[in-house]
Ligand binder design. Sequence first.
Ligand code: ATR
Length: 286
Amino acid sequence: MTQSQELRLGVIGDPIAHSKSPVMHAAALRARDMAGEYIALHVTPDRLEETIGAVRRQGYRGINVTIPHKENVMAYLDELSDEARRIGAVNTIVNDGGRLIGRNTDGIGYVRSLKEEAAARLEGRRIVVIGAGGAARGIVHALAAEGPDRITLLNRTTQRAEALAREWSDLADIRALASERTAEALADADIVINTTSVGMHPHTEELPLDPALLRGTEIVSDLIYNPLETRLLKQAREAGCVTHGGLGMFVYQGAYAFEYWTGAPAPIEEMRAAVLASMGVSARNG
Ligand code: ATR
């Protein structure tokens, strides 16, 4: 199959109207002076298979995949990266001449953001992850590759954390603790990461843990980027912790995707600025 000159890119999800990916990738293409388009496709689950067929045939170079398709899309692809297979989710598809390769850039995007923006070194660190759902899987998988001293998983449903710790016991020292033992887990943590949706708009008053327990924690990170500073991060900042919000994860997961599709380094700052500008506009309108 011949690739047209224009780079065809897009994102599929349901809902999709509020996705910031189109504005971010349009800015990236512009900054790199590349001809192309990145469109949002509203795809309901019953149309997933035919949409992937169209992506393959119509010369799309790449597609991002978001909720609710990250797991189900795997069945329609030709190849999965090791990472995507182990995480059990795909957020980026690369179309190599009609052959669709599924990858997962969420976890590595998060870790690149954490290292660029807050924690230059993760090796030997004691990391606590709150949550054990889909988002936690990507992040724990990528964190494990950085050689941490240990990763402790805390989750409302303890069995889910235990299952994840067991599944990935070959990757790092990963352990699970019941959420009643949060104080114990946080007592000697260097880095605490919230992967749950607790504190996300519109429930911005909620906290995933008692911030009084963060005394002594060096870095507190939250995957949420709406609001940009969650209540957890505000209280952590006031307690003297270095804080790290979720915007960088969004930008860097897109940056890796852009780099896989184009082979060119992603223009990180232009991408970040475009997302922030679009959030500013929607905040004023809303
Ligand atoms: P995601 O892909 O965003 O991680 P998910 O797979 O549904 O979504 O996982 C959501 C995570 O947030 C889970 O760890 C969930 O805890 P449970 O496993 O006990 O369900 C956690 N979570 C969601 N709402 C929560 C709440 N109100 N309090 C505590 N944890 C919550």
